[in-house]
Design a protein. Structure first.
Lengths: 371, 391
């Protein structure tokens, strides 16, 4: 609670929180597409690849201006995307290797450029290193403005092309047959993903930005099966990670913001994996236990029914002791059956099936399972 | 005693060799990004090891970091096996988590001391020779020599002893499993060695750029041949070239050595990708162009062949009218006619095109090919097509 008040009251913190929440929002939104299209690791390559773009923008213009950085990073990231798809299309090299080489080449070149910049007598170069792990504290009002405009454009394009993107993500072949130009759409969607990454670079850094693309979307996926809901949830999770990460880092100014934001988002993923209804691991486990118990009850009931059928009077009382040699005999199961009114247990430890028990057993045998 | 500069170069070469050997298997097993994940995720191992021992050169760091690498692989597999997300997303979630913890540990507890995130990330190869191994007062060279040398031996031993098993499990994991080769165990051994390799090279090139030495030389040699043994040899050679060229260019430009080594290894890949025979971009563009020309020549030959007995419509065979009949531009007609003349399938006399007996042979073979795809003339035709280009 306390840091929310602090964020709202302090101008600098407010600016930073605005920036990180914008980045979370957009990366959550675009990450939804990246995760669904199994392009999670492309984000990693694009983020690493943007480093030389930033460095070149600085070398060419000589000023530390976010707009130039955005443009440089976006161009470099976009070239990396083209490189990966080009290599995988033309050779036997697989996507993972093409991504790894893109990271190596672009990031290595970026580091070379940064050593050049460090030798130039420009005192202004300090900000460049914050692009490695992100330093949200370096966000200025102009940066937020650029981020906000880019974010707004991205959201509008996504909303306008929603149906087409949806088709592209789930059934590109069908999209192609309906006359949608999937090549152009693919380029637009990839460009928007690149933009989402570039928006976050200053706060989260090139090394970790890919996590911001994946984590909120992977978390959102667990709570819903609907694309729209997933996109909204992912944006919210991203936004939450951004604000919370910034809040924590305002108490620990030595720590880079990037890792903190990423850890918050990973925390949200962990919670979602564990506790999401239906898909979550806890829900899956309880469901499994429940069906295990039900199967045990059903099979016991059938066993009892078969014993009864061997007797001329189906409701003849048998001793419980004759059940004990059965492999799946279990006291609790017998008790449960009597609780559900499927069998009658007498005080002399004798049992017989009730009318309901007989009907149920017959139905199970007929349908191959109870309802 | 060799000079400082040569010691740096030898360290770079040793790192390149040890990476290049394993890289081939990573590329073939589609695990390039797994090695990227490992290279990031060993950071907390290094940080914890440093916090315990207070030095960056303790063997404990290598053990911890290697364990961290295995943990990354195991965690990724565990997340994937929940089937809540796909494998790529699982990889993309596990390593940033571990890496973030590593960065936070380093910046929180070690910010003022010898270790900093930059040196771990980018390596300090220039300082590596200063850290010397001294036994009973005798200086026996930089520690990196011994660490990297041991890693090379380990990797070589692993590849030589398990060559057959590695080969089979790389190309057909299921068959390897039925033979009792235990591909899963082998995979974990490989990943363990990859982790050790990454830790022992990180001083030279840093954790992020180690992926360059692991993947780029191996991928380059994969473009050039299909034989596993040759691939390993070639990969080692490309690794050494990247290290040497990267070092000298970096010295010349006074830039980051690790960054330049990575850049050079990427550029070598790019060059080979452009120029490689067969798989290269230039070769495949040329192949496509040649196919297009051959197809055009065949179209022309067929057109003339179909109209050779057609004395009423003699204009079908006039060079000037081909544009109307085939929909080609004047310059394109000129080019195709000339090529066909050179390869001897047509003759031109006073603007009138006639087909030669060689040309008739081609057309008839092609017709047969169209009517029966599997006819033996298929092979003959393919061989003869090369003559079409006129080379």
């Amino acid at each position: 609670m306390e840091f929310i008040i602090e964020i709202l009251s302090d101008y600098t913190t407010r600016t930073i929180a605005l920036g990180t929440s914008l980045l979370g929002l957009i990366s959550g939104l675009m990450g939804t597409w990246a995760v669904l299209r199994r392009q999670s690791l492309l984000g990693d390559a694009v983020a690493h690849a943007s480093l030389p773009g930033i460095a070149l923008a600085f070398l060419i213009t000589g000023v530390k201006n976010s707009l130039f950085f955005f443009i440089g990073a976006a161009i470099a990231g976009w070239i990396a995307t083209a490189w990966v798809s080009n290599i995988t299309r033309n050779t036997k090299i697989k996507t993972d290797t093409a991504l790894a080489i893109a990271i190596a080449l672009f990031f290595g070149f970026g580091m070379v450029l940064i050593t050049f910049i460090q030798r130039t007598p420009n005192a202004n170069q300090g900000g460049l290193e914050s692009f490695l792990f992100g330093q949200a504290a370096t966000l200025l009002r102009e940066d937020i403005l650029i981020m906000a405009i880019t974010a707004a454009i991205t959201i509008i394009i996504v909303l306008l092309l929603w149906k087409e993107f949806k088709l592209l993500a789930f059934d590109p072949q069908h999209a192609h047959t309906t006359g949608v130009n999937i090549k152009v759409l693919d380029i637009i969607l990839n460009s928007l993903i690149v933009i989402a990454i570039v928006i976050g670079l200053q706060s989260v850094g090139v090394v970790l930005m890919s996590a911001m693309l994946i984590a909120p979307a992977a978390a959102a996926r667990q709570w819903t099966d609907r694309l729209g809901a997933m996109a909204i949830l992912a944006s919210l999770f991203g936004l939450l990670s951004g604000i919370a990460g910034t809040g924590i880092s305002s108490f620990a100014p030595l720590l880079p913001t990037g890792p903190l934001i990423v850890l918050v988002s990973i925390f949200i993923v962990t919670i979602s994996f564990l506790f999401a209804p239906k898909r979550g691991l806890v829900a899956q486990y309880t469901l499994k236990q429940k069906s295990k118990k039900r199967i045990a009850l059903d099979s016991m009931l059938i066993n009892l029914f078969e014993i009864c059928c061997q007797h001329s009077d189906p409701q003849h009382l048998h001793s419980v002791n004759i059940l004990k040699p059965m492999p799946d005999y279990n006291k609790a199961t017998i008790k449960k059956l009597s609780e559900q009114g499927l069998i009658t247990l007498t005080k002399q430890k004798e049992w017989c099936l009730t009318e309901k028990g007989i009907t149920n057993a017959r139905r199970i045998i007929k349908n191959g399972g109870s309802s | 005693m060799i000079g400082l500069q040569w010691e740096i170069i030898i360290i770079a070469i040793l790192a390149a060799i040890t990476c290049a050997i394993l890289g081939v298997f990573l590329v073939l097993r589609k695990m390039s990004m797994t090695s990227d994940a490992i290279s990031h995720a060993i950071l907390p191992g290094i940080a914890i090891g440093f916090l315990i021992t207070g030095t960056i050169n303790s063997p404990l760091l290598i053990i911890l970091a290697a364990l961290m690498g295995l943990l990354t692989v195991a965690m990724t597999e565990a997340v994937t096996s929940t089937r809540l997300v796909k494998e790529d997303a699982a990889t993309g979630l596990v390593f940033p988590a571990l890496f973030s913890i590593g960065v936070i540990l380093i910046s929180k507890y070690a910010s003022n001391i010898h270790i900093d995130t930059d040196s771990v990330l980018l390596g300090e190869i220039a300082f590596a020779p200063f850290d010397r191994l001294v036994i009973r007062g005798v200086d026996i060279g930089p520690k990196s020599f011994w660490v990297l040398g041991t890693t090379i031996l380990l990797n070589l031993l692993f590849v030589l002893v398990f060559f057959k098993e590695l080969k089979l499990s790389t190309f057909d994991s299921n068959l390897a499993a039925t033979f009792g080769f235990m591909p899963i165990l082998l995979n974990y051994m490989l990943m363990g060695l990859v982790s050790i390799t990454i830790v022992s090279s990180f001083e030279a090139v840093g954790v992020i750029l180690v992926i360059a030495l692991l993947i780029a030389p191996a991928a380059t040699s994969y473009l050039l041949n299909d034989n596993l043994k040759n691939m390993i040899t070639l990969s080692v050679i490309f690794g050494i070239i990247s290290a040497l060229a990267g070092y000298w260019i970096a010295r010349w430009l006074d830039a980051s050595i690790a960054g330049m080594m990575a850049t050079v290894s990427g550029l070598i890949f790019f060059l080979v990708y452009l120029l490689a025979p067969g798989q290269g971009l230039v070769a495949s563009v040329r192949r496509r162009q040649r196919q297009k020309l051959e197809f055009a020549q065949m179209t022309l030959a067929m057109h003339i062949y179909n109209h050779s007995d057609d004395s009423e419509n003699i204009e079908e065979r006039m060079k000037g009218k081909l544009g109307y009949h085939l929909g080609w531009s004047v310059s394109y007609i000129e080019k195709i006619v000339k090529r066909s003349q050179n390869s001897g399938i047509i003759t031109v006399k006073d603007d009138l095109i006639s087909i030669t007996s060689k040309g008739i042979g081609f057309v008839e073979a092609a017709n047969m090919l169209i009517s029966s795809k599997y006819h033996p003339s298929f092979q003959r035709l393919r061989n003869e097509f090369i003559i079409f280009t006129g080379n």
